[in-house]
Design a protein around this ligand. Structure first.
Ligand SMILES: *[C@@H]1O[C@H](CO)[C@@H](O)[C@H](O)[C@H]1NC(C)=O
Ligand SMILES: *[C@@H]1O[C@H](CO)[C@@H](O)[C@H](O)[C@H]1NC(C)=O
Ligand SMILES: *[C@@H]1O[C@H](CO)[C@@H](O)[C@H](O)[C@H]1NC(C)=O
Ligand SMILES: *[C@@H]1O[C@H](CO)[C@@H](O)[C@H](O)[C@H]1NC(C)=O
Length: 382
């Protein structure tokens, strides 16, 4: 890592060199000087540093050699991603690319990549409708793949898109891929085997896709992600969550159900035993179901819950006392109400007993203590 002052020095060097070049109107001199020198690098003008002379791609996009960044954000690079030779030219010219940003470039089709050490590939905000089979096979170190905000349809997204190299113990795994973002596409269903090549998948987002319903195929696809930790299903027009969706992904900790059409707390949540964060914001939940004693209504009353922080345990609710509220403001009111009610009740009780909390030693009615007990447990959860 370069420290700030050194960086500044480099920057000044480049400026001086650039000024010199301008004065002499001798561009070849600049390139030569820069190559011979200390490889000047800075984030603002790197397209003019020697690397641009070395690779065609760095002329149209930004290459940051010491960070292994290849960034084409907001550059119009055509409808199809670069051919193999172009990608390879980056490597042969000494840029070991690790992070690739092809964001807002107008891309429509993604073709195969050659072997590269890319760990992060951002293809978001394009018009991508097709991805070639085995497109990422050669990106064996890929950890994060963002294809959100594109035009992917369910039909064009099949498992082979994510196929990796042959392996003896797993089925052609893209074995390092942890994060897959598919939000804001035209998906309404998932191929049941869509994630079969992604054994390490931990974080999946499908937000803003017009699913309307998680059909059986999609359920199989999601339920088969064994190592799933975080799932974003917000704004998908969902009216229900399949009951056994979270039965297999036992490690699910973050679940975002914001902005759906859920009218009750999904019973499926009772299987999400490791859940630590849940959002049910912007759902028309009007009453908390008590009938099925599986629904974790303790957390359901809250619109957005940090379950871990509050050490809440999922358990069956009492018959009464489930407050139909999913609205943030109402919830706050409820919370304040409960918090106020406790000292108030205590005060009234004190006055009634003419003494505080058994100081005068008269027998406490069991009903009162029971009522107090349930109130305080509720209080602890907040
Ligand atoms: C170099 O960077 C400066 C400041 O960021 C900018 O004004 C200038 O246009 C850049 N020059 C080139 C050739 O990109
Ligand atoms: C992997 O890269 C090699 C070398 O560029 C290429 O020949 C091969 O077709 C690639 N494989 C896939 C599945 O893209
Ligand atoms: C990937 O990294 C390895 C080890 O750092 C290096 O030897 C290899 O040349 C790199 N491959 C590419 C395609 O950059
Ligand atoms: C939940 O989803 C909403 C809407 O998509 C998003 O703004 C928010 O960041 C998400 N929260 C988390 C923690 O993923």
């Amino acid at each position: 890592m370069m420290n700030a002052s050194r960086k500044k020095l480099y920057f000044n060097m480049v400026l001086i060199l650039a000024t010199g070049t301008l004065l002499k109107e001798d561009t070849s001199g600049f390139v030569h000087a820069a190559e011979a020198g200390d490889e000047p690098r800075n984030d603002a003008n790197y397209t003019k540093t020697p690397i641009s002379a070395a690779s065609k791609l760095c002329e149209s996009c930004n290459c940051i050699r010491d960070k292994g960044v290849f960034d084409c954000t907001s550059k119009q690079i055509g409808a199809t991603s670069f051919p193999l030779e172009d990608w390879q030219s980056l490597n042969t010219n000494g840029l070991d690319v690790k992070l690739v940003f092809l964001v807002s470039t107008g891309l429509k089709e993604i073709t195969r990549f050659p072997p590269m050490n890319v760990t992060w590939l951002d293809l978001s905000h394009n018009e991508i409708a097709t991805i070639q089979t085995g497109c990422f096979t050669n990106l064996t170190l890929l950890q994060v793949l963002d294809i959100s905000h594109n035009r992917l349809k369910s039909e064009s997204l099949n498992p082979d898109v994510f196929a990796g190299h042959y392996s003896t113990n797993e089925y052609m795994p893209l074995s390092k891929l942890r994060v897959l973002r598919l939000g804001a596409n035209d998906l309404h269903s998932l191929n049941p085997d869509l994630f079969e090549h992604l054994p390490a998948l931990e974080e999946l987002s499908l937000e803003l896709n017009p699913f309307k319903v998680i059909d059986q195929q999609s359920e199989i696809a999601i339920a088969s992600i064994e190592r799933l930790v975080s799932l974003d299903l917000s704004y998908m027009e969902l009216e229900d969550i399949p009951k056994y969706l979270f039965h297999t992904p036992r490690g699910l900790r973050y679940l975002n159900l914001t902005g759906n059409l859920l009218q009750e707390v999904p019973a499926a949540l009772s299987y999400a035993t490791a859940l630590a964060w849940l959002s049910l914001d912007e759902n028309p939940i009007s009453s908390i179901v008590v009938g099925t004693c599986k629904s974790p209504s303790q957390m359901a009353g809250l619109s957005m819950v940090d379950l871990e922080h509050k050490q809440t345990h999922l358990r069956c609710p009492d018959e009464a006392g489930n407050n139909p509220s999913n609205d943030g403001a109402l919830l706050m009111g409820l919370l304040i109400g409960v918090l106020l009610a406790i000292p108030l009740t205590a005060a009234i009780w004190c006055v009634y007993k003419r003494g505080c909390f058994g100081l005068f030693g008269s027998g406490t009615p069991a009903a009162y203590s029971r009522a107090f007990y349930s109130r305080t447990t509720l209080n602890e959860e907040f």
